[in-house]
Design a protein around this ligand. Structure first.
Ligand SMILES: NC(=O)C1=CN([C@@H]2O[C@H](COP(=O)(O)OP(=O)(O)OC[C@H]3O[C@@H](n4cnc5c(N)ncnc54)[C@H](O)[C@@H]3O)[C@@H](O)[C@H]2O)C=CC1
Ligand SMILES: N[C@@H](CCC(=O)O)C(=O)O
Length: 543
């Protein structure tokens, strides 16, 4: 029971630490890296709050250093999926009935643990397990995750405050109930924050969750689970499983209590899942919520009024930070003929200055790609581009001897519809098409029609008429559109993130819109003085 209309702390974005030489945060992070590397960790599932060890062990090593063992995932099977669902459903009633401020407090505490005592631990885990440099880990596993937790609590109260009009004699109320069943959170490797947000956003709204992270994110997923438990999350509310995807799906999508999926990953898997849900639609007690953020073929359009240096920085940071493994990463650029010689020279010069290597050497901007499958896919495209006679103007080399290293690669393509301009590669490859300055309209239509995706896009220009025109003409090409900036690095509370077309359902992570998908409203009308007569005034008889 809550005797009070309670407010919540006003959310502010978690400040990004700089990790300069000699700073306390740098020392703490270096110590956390050393500590993490000093022992091998067991990475069990967590069902009903207990560690559960499956029958198979899978070795986890840093993508940039195969020789080192970080730990072992304990993989389960369909029986563990069933256990997780049962645990979730058993926890449902008391969790959904818990006063919202008690639920909120758990996630606010998690945010504070991440901001303080767990910051170095989760950043180190993300650096080692997912091959992120210190800055990329800081903006993800610390700041973005903390922001998701704090802002979602705030958005939850905004939703709860939306109440209907009540005329005299009636009191109308809206109750934002949790969904009737469990939510499945299927999370990606590339952002620890997303792995944390997909289960917690649904749980915050009173839902119980079965969470299956990508195995390539298991090392930091363990820290997320530990933080949530330390924050007082009741057993069974979020159940972490490591089970093969289709095997887990085989149980989950046939379960009558399946109430929704919160997904980030590839377009093809999302479409398969949606079809599976469609096939089983008669099975479920309630229509499941389907929320997914999927692929992208994000673009940068440089206009001939743009600044050369600003364009080069946007291209390098936008395409190559975290090795291009952000669904927001630029992977195709359109550069005007007149600026290309200057931009090309500066791109080559800047990239030559940057180094690639282990995350433990803080001077490296670039690290390794996530796994062997990804390495193979990206390098096959690079080899094909070379064989097809496309011009590699930077990078193009790779080696998987020590880790999955691929140089940031810029391909100048002759055909704007060349394969690497169309397909999502999810790696450090930027394809550039040089266009005739006088053919801007053709480029706009190319951007619009080259890929089925519409996630992020950026334009660089100084002319306000051009900016106005491009903003209007490119309206359906991106859910996150940037002017004079790179297309990555959306900040919770500032640039709600998500795309349309084949890029997802655009339910903007870290927004009230997203949280609305995890509630089922109940309207309550209470009549204060109930009528006592069946007849209406119009029936009055004239004598
Ligand atoms: N939008 C984004 O942020 C991301 C996009 N991707 C894209 O996905 C590609 C592959 O990366 P993955 O991590 O393997 O993503 P994926 O989309 O192939 O797999 C995502 C998850 O779905 C599971 N899964 C697959 N089939 C399933 C089914 N039938 N039922 C239930 N679960 C199922 C997998 O086990 C995995 O945990 C990348 O190359 C990239 O294109 C990957 C990560 C993030
Ligand atoms: N929010 C991230 C991208 C998220 C993703 O890759 O899924 C960004 O804007 O960079």
């Amino acid at each position: 029971m809550t005797n009070g209309i309670i407010g919540v702390p006003h959310p502010m974005n978690e400040p990004v630490k700089e990790y300069r030489i000699g700073s306390t945060e740098r020392t703490a992070l270096q110590e956390a890296l050393k500590l993490a590397k000093a022992s091998e960790k067991e990475l069990p599932m967590c069902i009903n709050g207990k560690a559960v060890f499956g029958s198979k062990k899978i070795r986890v090593s840093p993508p940039h250093e195969h020789a080192h063992t970080l730990g072992y995932i304990h993989e389960g099977d369909a029986s563990h999926v069933n256990q997780a669902i049962e645990a979730a459903l058993a926890a449902r009633e008391s969790w959904a009935a818990m006063p919202w401020e008690q639920r909120a407090s758990i996630f606010l505490k998690a945010a504070d643990l991440l901001a303080g005592p767990y910051r170095a631990t989760i950043n180190a885990a993300t650096m080692l397990g997912q091959s992120k440099n210190a800055y990329q880990a800081e903006i993800d596993s610390a700041c973005e995750f903390i922001d998701f937790l704090r802002f979602n609590v705030h958005y939850m109260t905004e939703i709860y405050a939306q109440q209907p009009y009540s005329p005299p004699g009636v009191w109308n109320r809206l109750e934002y109930r949790a969904l009737e069943g469990f939510v499945f959170a299927l999370t990606p490797f590339n952002f620890t924050a997303i792995a944390g947000n997909l289960p917690t956003s649904a749980a915050l709204m009173g839902n119980v969750v079965v969470w299956k992270p990508a195995y390539t994110q298991a090392y930091s997923a363990q820290v997320i689970m530990e933080v949530l438990q330390k924050s007082g999350l009741p057993d069974g509310v979020i159940n972490l499983i490591y089970v093969d995807g289709p095997e887990a799906g085989g149980v989950i999508f046939k379960h009558p209590d399946f109430a929704g999926i919160h997904f980030t990953g590839s377009t093809s898997v999302f479409q398969t899942i949606w079809q599976e849900i469609g096939k089983n639609i008669g099975t479920y007690k309630t229509y499941p919520r389907v929320v997914g953020e999927t692929g992208g073929k994000d673009y940068i359009l440089v206009h001939n009024t743009a600044d050369v240096t600003e364009s080069v920085v946007a291209m390098i940071r936008g395409a190559f930070e975290y090795q291009g493994q952000k669904c927001s990463a630029a992977s195709r650029a359109y550069v005007p003929n007149s600026l290309w010689p200057a931009i090309k020279a500066q791109l080559q010069e800047e990239l030559a200055k940057q180094t690639m290597g282990s995350v433990e050497d803080f001077s490296n901007l670039f690290n390794a790609v996530i796994d062997a499958k990804s390495f193979k896919k990206i390098t096959t495209y690079i080899d094909k581009a070379k064989a097809d006679g496309e011009t590699i103007i930077a990078g193009g080399n790779y080696s998987d001897e020590i880790g999955y290293y691929i140089e940031p690669t810029v391909i100048e393509v002759s055909d704007p519809k060349y394969q690497t301009m169309c397909d999502e590669l999810f790696g450090p490859v930027l394809s550039v098409y040089v266009y005739d300055d006088t053919k801007l309209d053709d480029v706009v239509s190319l951007i619009d029609t080259t890929s089925p995706y519409a996630l992020t896009g950026a334009i660089l220009a100084k002319d306000r008429h051009v900016i106005t025109e491009l903003t209007a003409k490119l309206v359906n090409t991106a859910g996150n559109f940037y002017i004079n900036d790179k297309p990555t690095g959306a900040v919770v509370g500032q640039q709600p993130f998500g795309g349309a077309r084949a890029s997802g359902t655009n339910d903007k992570a870290g927004s009230a819109v997203n949280l609305m998908r995890w509630v089922s409203m109940r309207t309550i009308k209470e009549t204060l003085v109930s009528p006592r007569s069946v007849s209406y005034p119009f029936m009055e008889k004239v004598f």
